[in-house]
Design a protein around this ligand. Structure first.
Ligand SMILES: NC(=O)c1ccc[n+]([C@@H]2O[C@H](COP(=O)([O-])OP(=O)(O)OC[C@H]3O[C@@H](n4cnc5c(N)ncnc54)[C@H](OP(=O)(O)O)[C@@H]3O)[C@@H](O)[C@H]2O)c1
Length: 306
């Protein structure tokens, strides 16, 4: 937010006064609210950025929408598609801005991928995506990543970035094959997805919270490829390799820590009076959560309350 021109970090909300005050002091926030309700009711807040663990996104976003606030909600948008559809419906009924904080999609490097592959036809017809996002987190039953009740596991934490990238390139998958390794706390620690989009288009995706992987993404087209270098989800350069020509590296630096661009996109939309971002459309966000649901259904993985 510090690097987003014109942004003011007006207030913070927490479950406890001490953590609200500590955050406010660290980041120079104007007001610290000891409850999320007080934040949602703050008349000087234009938009609330929800950055709580996944399982709380739906309730926290509903609270803000119910108080008439625009919302930028962290990824994964919700635990399941029913929750996603509910938020989208409420936001549309109340004519409030709502956006998934899929920050990677807002990065300049991803804008370049869209321009080259979808608009300029630089690699011919995009056909395959091979992408991974795996890291090793030592098992900790008290960390949200390993807690089923918090929506832990690889699919929702990092798999969603991969499914979103595939969706940006190919749309909604027609078919899916998947495998998951369920760890001792009941969450999916390692995930492999193969998504099919028809006409020979596939996405091969690997996500993990237990295993380090290169964290690269490569789009292969009929006439070349685009490689988003590690760590692809915050890429600041990419390599375009057109068949028969010398590969070309394109720099695409981001502002701040990268999250700045999603804040700028949300602010642009608010200023233009838009109710959703054309870059991260709500129907697509809900469809992505549906894809995650489909994968989980195949493994019999449910979160408490589902
Ligand atoms: N970590 C990252 O780099 C990253 C990157 C992109 C997106 N995200 C997304 O952002 C969200 C938060 O991730 P995080 O790693 O920042 O999570 P986190 O540190 O575990 O939690 C963030 C905050 O949520 C609040 N909270 C409310 N209820 C909670 C509960 N029952 N248990 C724990 N915390 C609770 C806490 O603030 P108070 O105590 O002040 O209320 C906590 O500081 C996730 O959905 C994640 O997917 C994370």
């Amino acid at each position: 937010m510090r690097d987003a021109p014109g942004a003011t970090l007006a207030a913070v909300g927490s479950r406890a006064p001490e953590s609200a005050a500590a955050f406010a002091e660290s980041f120079g926030v104007v007001r610290a609210h000891a409850t999320y309700e007080d934040l949602a009711a703050d008349p000087d807040v234009d938009i609330v950025y929800i950055a709580t663990p996944h399982a709380l996104h739906h309730a926290n976003a509903r609270l803000c929408l119910d108080h008439g606030k625009a919302v930028l909600c962290e990824k994964p948008f919700t635990l399941n598609a029913a929750q996603a559809r509910d938020l989208v419906q409420v936001a549309r009924e109340r004519r409030l801005f709502l956006m998934e904080a899929m920050w990677t999609r807002c990065l300049p490097a991803l804008a370049e991928v869209r321009r080259l592959s979808l608009e300029a036809g630089a690699i011919g017809q995009p056909r395959f995506l091979i992408a991974d996002f795996g890291f090793h987190k030592p098992f900790d039953p008290n960390h949200r990543l390993f807690e089923l009740a918090m929506g832990g596991g690889a699919l929702l934490d990092v798999g969603v970035y991969l499914v979103s990238l595939a969706s940006m390139l190919f749309g909604n998958p027609e078919e899916m094959a998947s495998r998951a390794h369920i760890g001792q706390s009941g969450v999916d620690e390692d995930v492999a997805l193969l998504l099919g989009y028809g006409e020979g288009r596939f996405a091969q995706l690997t996500a993990s919270i237990a295993t380090e992987t290169p964290q690269e993404a490569i789009v292969f087209g009929s006439e070349g490829s685009i490689r988003l270098h590690a760590l692809w989800w915050k890429a600041n350069r990419l390599t375009l390799a057109v068949n028969g020509r010398t590969a070309e590296t394109i720099e695409a630096p981001y502002l701040g820590n990268g999250y700045t661009h999603e804040a700028m996109e949300a602010m642009r939309c608010l200023r233009e009076g838009r109710l959703e971002s054309p870059l991260v459309p709500l129907d697509e966000t809900a469809a992505i959560v549906e894809t995650l649901d489909r994968a989980r259904a195949a493994w019999g993985l449910r979160y408490p309350g589902e």
